[in-house]
Design a protein around this ligand. Structure first.
Ligand code: IPD
Ligand code: CA
Ligand code: CA
Length: 264
């Protein structure tokens, strides 16, 4: 399938960094048995992947700014374009050899994300989206699921772990949702959670306390697949408020109705 030059640049970089992560995943599996575990190694794998992405993207589009989880913000001469990159989303999964992790690349022009690529090198699933041109998984056009009744829906969420987020609020959210849905899931890679919503595998997803690089590519993926993405308030920008709710218009509205009163 033919894609734009921009998407080709992003896909090439994602596949390049993906080869590095996939190679490192093999090593992580060997290190599981050591007492020290693979944590330091994973940290290096993460940085290596980000450097590959930075170099490839900077070579193809000199001057664009770059916001990466590992290396922070690198200003570019071109102030209108910024890459927003998570070189390894789903670090805990990766660390444990669980093949649910991804490279997430988004391009922002002014204040709008205009393209996104999410790539899981473990199963070679490649999601792409470009503004006004739709979302695709390995060249197949994506469409969010059509279910309207929450009781038929499978919904994913994020769960704050030790030292992170508001655990009490999280438990309150789960208690509300558990009673109303066909299934709750916690997969552990925000970018893929959103890609799964775009693909209609999940009916909806919400999470608090995310970072722009967790969501920027996912946001355009869901929107281009016909879904709605906002923060928990329902009409806010997730990249600003750092919370996210997404799904088709019915599921999105239902989730906002339930979650918003629990903690804005
Ligand atoms: C994390 C994952 C996870 C979410 C965390 C994120 P990381 O990103 O997306 O699903 O629950 O809040 O920080 O640290 O693996 O890049
Ligand atoms: Ca992340
Ligand atoms: Ca990360």
């Amino acid at each position: 399938m033919l894609h734009s030059a921009l998407i080709n640049v992003m896909v090439k970089a994602a596949r390049h960094a993906g080869r590095s992560l996939k190679h490192d995943l093999g090593e992580v599996e060997n290190l599981q048995v050591s007492l020290k575990g693979p944590a330091n190694f994973v940290c290096r794998a993460d940085r290596r992947a980000e450097e590959i992405l930075y170099e490839d993207l900077a070579r193809a589009r000199p001057g664009y700014g770059f916001i990466g989880e590992e290396g922070g913000t690198r200003e570019g001469a071109d102030k209108t374009h910024t890459w927003i990159v998570d070189p390894l989303d789903g670090t805990t999964n990766f660390l444990h050899g669980i093949p649910q992790f991804a490279i997430s690349i988004a391009l922002r022009r002014e204040d709008t994300v205009i393209a996104g690529v999410i790539y899981n090198p473990a199963n070679d699933e490649l999601y792409i989206a470009e503004r006004g041109k739709g979302a695709f998984l390995n060249d197949q056009r994506l469409r969010v699921a059509g279910r309207r009744k929450l009781s038929d829906c499978v919904i994913a969420c994020g769960l704050p772990h030790i030292g992170r987020g508001d655990h009490e609020l999280s438990r309150a959210e789960m208690a509300e949702l558990q009673n109303r849905v066909a299934g709750l899931r916690r997969f552990g890679a925000a970018s893929l959670d959103m890609a799964f919503v775009a693909a209609g595998r999940l009916d909806g997803y919400w999470e608090r306390n995310l970072q722009p690089w967790d969501m920027a590519a996912g946001q355009i993926m869901v929107r281009e697949a016909g879904g709605i993405v906002s923060g928990i308030a329902g009409d806010d920008d997730p990249l600003v408020t750092r919370n996210v709710i997404c799904g088709n218009e019915f599921v999105h509205a239902e989730l906002v109705k339930i979650l918003k009163p629990l903690g804005g």
